[in-house]
Design a protein around this ligand. Structure first.
Ligand SMILES: C[S@@+](CC[C@H](N)C(=O)[O-])C[C@H]1O[C@@H](n2cnc3c(N)ncnc32)[C@H](O)[C@@H]1O
Length: 247
C-alpha cells in the first residue's frame, strides 16, 4: 500500500477527536452556506465539473446510483436530472448537510427518486454488487481511511459497474498553480470569514487538497483496491480531476 499523507490532514489540529468526527462536525457547521460558498468561491465552476463527470456516465445508462459523501445532494440531483435513473441513494456522515439536501430534493419534487441516508462510506450498509454506478464528488479526500472507503465503493458496485470520482488536484502549469495556491490558501478562507464561515474549514480544504494523491498516484490506488482500467481527466488547468474505473 502507498503511504497516505492525506491521513494526517484533519480540520482542527488541536482537537483530540478522530478525523471522521471532526469532518462530520465541520460540515454540520458549514452546511447552511455550503452551496452558496461553493458557487461563490468557484464562480460556479464546481457546477460545470459535476456536469462533465455526469455526462461521461450517460453511455452506461445506470438505473441504480450511489452517491457517496453526497453532502447537500448536488451531485445526486444533477445525476437524476441528466441521467434519469430509477433511483439514486446518497450517503453522508453529516446530518446537517443531508438536511439541506433533503430540503432541495423535496422542493424539486424528487423525494421518491433520491434517498439521502446518514452513513459512513467506510462501512456501507448495502449488499455487495448493488449499484450500476458509484460516484463521489469532493468526498474521498475527507475519508479517514482512503483505501477502506474505496474498497467499500467497489464492493457495492455491480461487476462491470462504473466508478466516478471528482477530486481536487494541483493545477499545471506552475504559474497557474501559484495563483491558485494563493487564492485557495489566503483569499478563500478570508472570503469565508466575511460570510461568517469557519475560516479553518476553508484552510482545511486547501491543505487536504494539496496533500491528496492526484492523477496517476490516485489511479494507482484505484488499481490496488481492485478497480480495473482506472483513468482520469484533468479539468480547468488541473484544478480538479474526474477519475473513472470499472469493477
Ligand atoms: C466537500 S463535501 C462534498 C459534498 C457533495 N458531494 C458535493 O459535490 O458538493 C464532502 C462531504 O463528504 C462527507 N464525508 C466525509 N467523510 C465521509 C465518510 N466517511 N462517509 C460519508 N460521508 C463523508 C462530508 O460530511 C461532506 O458532506
Amino acid at each position: 500500500m502507498p503511504s497516505q499523507p492525506h491521513d494526517h490532514i484533519i480540520p482542527f489540529e488541536e482537537s483530540a477527536k478522530s478525523k471522521k468526527e471532526q469532518v462530520a462536525e465541520m460540515f454540520d457547521k458549514i452546511a447552511g452556506k455550503y452551496d452558496f460558498m461553493n458557487r461563490f468561491l468557484s464562480a460556479r465552476t464546481d457546477v460545470s465539473w459535476r456536469r462533465k463527470a455526469i455526462k461521461a456516465l450517460k453511455q452506461y445508462r445506470p438505473q441504480h446510483i450511489l452517491d457517496i459523501a453526497t453532502g447537500t445532494g448536488d451531485m445526486a440531483i444533477m445525476a437524476m436530472q441528466m441521467l434519469q435513473p430509477k433511483k439514486i441513494t446518497g450517503v453522508d456522515i453529516s446530518a446537517q448537510m443531508l438536511e439541506e439536501g433533503r430540503r432541495k430534493i423535496e422542493k424539486l419534487g424528487l423525494s421518491s427518486q433520491i434517498d439521502l441516508q446518514l452513513g459512513d462510506s467506510e462501512n456501507l450498509q448495502f449488499a455487495d454488487d448493488s449499484f450500476d454506478v458509484v460516484m463521489a464528488a469532493f468526498g474521498v479526500r475527507n475519508f479517514e481511511n482512503l483505501e477502506k472507503g474505496l474498497s467499500e465503493m467497489r464492493r457495492v458496485l455491480k461487476p462491470g459497474g462504473r466508478l466516478c470520482i471528482i477530486e481536487f488536484s494541483r493545477p499545471k502549469p506552475a504559474f497557474i498553480n501559484s495563483l491558485y495556491q494563493f487564492y485557495m490558501g489566503n483569499i478563500a478562507p478570508q472570503i469565508a470569514k466575511l460570510f461568517h464561515q469557519d475560516k479553518k474549514a476553508y484552510q482545511y480544504l486547501n491543505r487536504s487538497a494539496n496533500a491528496f494523491p492526484e492523477r496517476k498516484d490516485f489511479t494507482a490506488i484505484l488499481s490496488q483496491v481492485g478497480f480495473v482500467q482506472p483513468d482520469y481527466r484533468a479539468l480547468t488547468f488541473g484544478m480538479c480531476c474526474i477519475y473513472s474505473a470499472t469493477k
